[in-house]
Design a protein around this ligand. Structure first.
Ligand SMILES: [Zn+2]
Length: 78
């Protein structure tokens, strides 16, 4: 399977929101296995969501925060 980080990055959110189709989830799982940087991003994003959901389940996550977090992930690449 070809690694396509743009697709994986976009579909990551569907996956985490539980809105991805089975086909998309399968593709993401396959991509995460062959792409450590996307796997890191996935786990980081999943953890952020967990913390956010726990701390402020009443509050929607601001898009600006999401963007900042994702930028931090992708600019922190070794
Ligand atoms: Zn990737």
């Amino acid at each position: 399977m070809a690694c396509n980080c743009d697709d994986a990055c976009r579909d990551l959110h569907l996956y985490l929101d539980g809105e991805a189709t089975v086909a998309v989830r399968t593709a993401i799982s396959a991509h995460l296995e062959c792409c450590p940087s996307c796997a890191d991003a996935f786990h980081f994003e999943a953890q952020v969501r967990l913390v956010v959901a726990r701390c402020c389940c009443e509050e929607p996550v601001p898009e600006s925060l999401r963007v900042r977090v994702l930028q931090a992930i992708y600019t922190a690449d070794p």
